[in-house]
Design a binder for this molecule. Sequence first.
Ligand code: PMP
Ligand code: PLP
Length: 491
Amino acid sequence: TVDHPAIKAKEFSHLFSDEALKRKPSPIKTTMAYFQDPSVVFLGAGMPPGELFPLKTLSMEVPKPPFKNGIADSEETMKATIMRNQDELLFASDVPIARALQYGNSRGQKELLEFLKEHTRRFHRIPYEDWDIITTTGSTQGWDASLRIFCNKGDTVLLEGYTYSSSVEAADAQGLNCIPMPMDDNGIMPAKLEDMLENWGSRYPQIPMPKLLYTIPTGQNPTGCTLSDDRKPYIYHLAQKYDMIIIEDEPYYFLQMDKYTPPEQRSTTSPMNHHQFMNSLCRSFLELDVDGRVVRLDSVSKTFAPGCRFGWLVGSKHLLDNYWNLHEVSIQSTCGFAQTILNGLLNRWGQDGYIDWLIGLRHQYTLKRNCCLDICRQYLPWEICTLPAPVAGMFFMILIDATKHPEFHTTFESNCDLLEQHLYNKCVSAGVLVACGSWFRVPDPVPSPKSATAKSNIVTFRGTYAAVCPEKMKLGIQKFGDTLRREFNLS
Ligand code: PMP
Ligand code: PLP
């Protein structure tokens, strides 16, 4: 761990929504401190009795670190049983079932929060002192909560020009203005962003300056690109200058990989040690955050499984207290089953065992990405497409030069979206499904040639290498390549 200089996060109440400012901590929450105190007879909160929860024990079998033969189908396993009551526990840092499934721990179970805080300390050097963690039911909910905390109807959020469609839908449905930020293969382009912010009044006369900057820095969905670390200080500086909160949505942070090299140049590398692994990772905006204006969304959806519905936020205690107030009246807490199971698993693995798991994950995703790109090299018509090789995440994007289509200017009226829809239909008929790039585009409410997503002559499709085996990958890419050749009249 690192010694933190004694600086405190700043106050950001002036950026809170009316709803957030109105919300008060629930008085019943303040009583929970007494719940664990044996000298207090606790009649204060409406808790169903633990002995009536229909579970005595929870048992699981999990892979055992250091996962020598890889994390997939790891043969060595360990068994764990979590007991109902504290005095029966077989493992000291377990969360007993009776507590896990009870009310009153809406920030998260203390053992799990401790583990995640230590994990955060190991991976990110946060420059201020009073940072904290609160559990979420995943990054989807973390983003929705962020919108409620900072935005009133009519407020503005910045998003990458192409982004996770659910994030736009959530903001859009709350009546917010979604403005696309210019991006390239290395993520948000800071100079262009600065230009946009400097000239906001003339560009967007009817739209308020943005309050939130939402970014998916690593292995971006849908583009697969990763925001380079050397752009982050510039972007952080803009957030300071224009007084914005940065929401860093990092579900793919631990799916960072080695750079892609073609098979003929590829050497077999030995797995990284912990030190190499930790040094290989991108830096979080948290590390630049001298003000306490960054909220990081972490999630186990891609490190364990999306059905856990479990994640956490890292940010200043001042900001997270507001999320806590919101959670009290919405999700209440993260599911007790998820918490006690994840806590039991993580504490048995320990911090080092968890890092072993993450290194194993990196290896698996590197294999999947390599396999996919090797196949693409072989089967895609490169005279009309490009494919920036991803270094993180589970997505790749194929960019197609629409002008090379014989009917682009006639049948398709020089309109990329029409051609995209046509190609999509042809692919589905041929038996391969890729997602249309336009589904992820953030439309500019005031389109101009300067718009981040201004029309170019490029049609894009998003694919993933996460979900399928090599044989299916090959079949899918072959079908995709054949469809393009047929449609573009290529031999
Ligand atoms: N509604 C009412 C009327 C309640 O009394 C309670 C629990 N005290 C709740 C909702 C909260 O229920 P849940 O735990 O399902 O969120
Ligand atoms: N954020 C981004 C950028 C994603 O791509 C996804 C999943 O597809 C999510 C959030 C959803 O995460 P969670 O399962 O943690 O809600």
